[in-house]
Design a protein around this ligand. Sequence first.
Ligand SMILES: Nc1ncnc2c1ncn2[C@@H]1O[C@H](COP(=O)(O)OP(=O)(O)O)[C@@H](O)[C@H]1O
Ligand SMILES: [Mg+2]
Length: 147
Amino acid sequence: MLDFLSTSEEQTLAIATEFAATLKAGDIVALHGPLGAGKTLFSRGVTRALGYEGPVSSPSYALVHEYAGRIPVYHMDLYRLAPGADWEEIGLAHYLDGAGVCLVEWPERLPPGWSPFTHHVTLELAEEAGENARQIRIDSNTKPETT
Ligand SMILES: Nc1ncnc2c1ncn2[C@@H]1O[C@H](COP(=O)(O)OP(=O)(O)O)[C@@H](O)[C@H]1O
Ligand SMILES: [Mg+2]
């Protein structure tokens, strides 16, 4: 597990950039943390680092934005997904097929037991360290690949 204290947007983007260098097509990243923690900003850093140069905005209304970088990025925000919604029917499941990197905000909205994630990133306000401070924890599944 990696544990960072970011005290600025720039630092969060730098941490996201370093993290992105460890990602490959097929990875599925859960982004945990409350509203305003920085999940979308972190996602922007990852998306840019993977070679997409245009604007990266919150997919909270569209549910998913696709970015054609060096590695494709599918950035989802499931906040508005109703509990119990059939998310496969909504058409989100096909993004998990390995063609790109999936970044998933509000992964808690997925059906129980549905956890295809290869990485978990948790962002939290760290108010004691200042208004712009965030704690960022990164967990990567380290299971060896089966042959
Ligand atoms: N160190 C920091 N890391 C990330 N965001 C920060 C930081 N300091 C301030 N912010 C601000 O916090 C907000 C985070 O918003 P956003 O990324 O949309 O959060 P979320 O997607 O988790 O709801 C932005 O307005 C951003 O400018
Ligand atoms: Mg967001």
